[in-house]
Design a protein around this ligand. Sequence first.
Ligand code: ZN
Length: 185
Amino acid sequence: MPTRRCTACRSESRQATLIRLVTIDGEGLAVDLRGRLPGRGAYACARAKCLLSALKGAAARSLRQRVRDSAPNDRLNEVEAGLLRLVREGLSLTARRQGLTIGLRETLQDLSSGPIVAAKDCSDRTRKMVDQSMRDVYVLGTQEELGQWSGRGPTGVLGLSGGPAARRLINDLARLCSLRASQMA
Ligand SMILES: [Zn+2]
């Protein structure tokens, strides 16, 4: 799997877990969450500190252009909103491809090693059982929202299959939760 270096902290990570920045006509910086925009890219960890530093000028060297964002904090909020949108779209797509298990029981019975999404407002008992499953757990949204995003009724738990269909979704979930956690720190 390709790796890239964060322009801010200089640590190396899997490319899919980083945030890509590109220049538009050598003027401003644009965030390329899908990693598809043409041209030279600079990367930052999905952490507020690294992303802000990249936007404020650390990305310039990798891009070989003197670019900095004029409103980095606004840009950070856009990144978070963009990642949330990708996660919502990814969940509904994965649900349509039968790549999701819905609910605690069904998810724990599924033997794939894919991660679990747990609602912020799920019960303590549910949370404990999910944590004991030894799978990666991302806490996101309310039970009502998880129901909407997966196209079913409210649920506290969604399980993702470990297959390739969900791989991009898993990376987007990881980036979103990493960014949010870094903003709380
Ligand atoms: Zn970094």
